[in-house]
Design a protein around this ligand. Structure first.
Ligand code: FES
Ligand SMILES: [Fe+2]
Length: 350
């Protein structure tokens, strides 16, 4: 399985890395996360170069990682700083380090060429996570599915009419025009529903609801697995700013070809001080994400039986347009990255 390496991925919510080690798999690589005594986060390979023990089974002493198996010690720069067996430390006794950034309550990790990390900005989610306009309720889970299957799901809001019919179905969904646009590294799907009877999950939060709403549903994908949603509705003819708006954040970090660490946030523009509505958001995460999306996407993964999406030659419908464009862009980016990697390697190879 090929992944896009030169990309910022979410390693963790900031609050989930406190004292002690956290072991993760990202893009098939074992990662060790921890904070030093100044609370600075570090990401290192979790595989000791001696006998390949997970360093997460070891100890953190004075900001030095000690392997629990034979006692080699490593600094936060990945170098071996102590070998209790020999007076000289072997040159190859070092572990890989990964650039890591803390921003918007998230820890972002760079899995590609380190020098490219500095010139690539971390995605800016400050409006959704840090502004006074919104309140975010966050969560995460592991899905037993390839991350692109989850992108397919998020970029196709039509599945809400069936998989989440209990909360999201309304008449007129398929009558609306569907605008799809893209840039070199993004795809946006946008639908507008003027004068419809709103879904139950929308109208229950719209004050003085009288029967019809102007609703919208949009989703934007960014490589490799970031989907920013914007769904909502307002009284017919009223400005959107006065309506109910939900700007969901969905961040997908591939663990392996068939498992994904999924970070999500329900971000709302109403009831900003009402903590009871936080419970509604958590209930939505449980009922829709964990109870409906997760079992369906994992079942799809199992039905594919290890074959790729392209090998399966799926029937496509018009609602697949945004997801197919995202897949095409990502394929091109991965191919370009691999081509650049092999041309870098060729002078040494020859
Ligand atoms: S495996 Fe780590 S010191 Fe031996
Ligand atoms: Fe869904």
């Amino acid at each position: 399985m090929s992944f896009l390496s030169n990309c910022w991925y979410v390693a963790s919510w900031s609050s989930d890395i406190q004292d002690g080690f956290v072991a993760l798999t990202i893009l098939d690589e074992p990662i060790l996360l921890y904070r030093d005594s100044r609370r600075v986060p570090h990401a290192l390979s979790n595989r000791c170069p001696h006998r390949f023990a997970p360093l997460s089974m070891g100890y953190l002493k004075d900001d030095i990682v000690e392997c629990a198996y034979h006692g080699l010690r490593f600094g936060p720069d990945g170098s071996c700083v102590f070998n209790p067996h020999d007076p000289v430390i072997a040159k190859n006794a070092r572990i890989r380090t990964y650039p890591i950034m803390e921003r918007d309550t998230l820890l972002w990790i760079w899995m590609g060429e380190p020098e490219l990390a500095e010139s690539t900005p971390v995605p800016d989610l400050s409006e959704r996570f840090g502004s006074e306009k919104f309140r975010a309720v966050c969560g995460s889970m592991v899905m037993e599915a390839n991350y692109q299957l989850i992108v397919d799901n998020l970029m196709d809001v039509s599945h809400g009419q069936f998989l989440h019919a209990d909360a999201l179905r309304f008449d007129g969904f398929f009558d609306a025009s569907h605008n799809i646009s893209q840039t070199a590294e993004s795809v946006t799907s946008e639908r507008r529903f003027p004068g419809v009877v709103g879904s139950s999950s929308l109208v229950k939060y719209l004050p003085n609801y009288t029967g019809l709403v102007d609703a919208w549903a949009s989703a934007t994908w960014h490589p490799a697995g970031m989907c920013l949603l914007d769904n909502g509705g307002t009284h017919v003819g009223s400005p959107e700013t006065g309506g109910v708006r939900r700007c969901g954040v969905h961040l997908l970090t591939p663990e392996t070809a068939s498992t994904t660490r999924y970070f999500y946030a329900h971000v709302r523009n109403y009831g900003l001080d009402d903590v009871r509505l936080d419970e509604d958001s958590r209930a939505w995460h449980l009922s829709a994400f964990a109870g409906q999306d997760k079992p369906m996407i994992e079942a799809v993964q199992r039905m594919m039986g290890g074959r790729s999406f392209e090998e399966m030659r799926p029937v496509l419908v018009s609602s697949d347009g945004p997801a197919m464009r995202a897949r095409r862009i990502l394929r091109g980016m991965i191919a370009a990255e691999q081509a650049a990697g092999s041309s870098d390697a060729s002078p040494q190879d020859s």
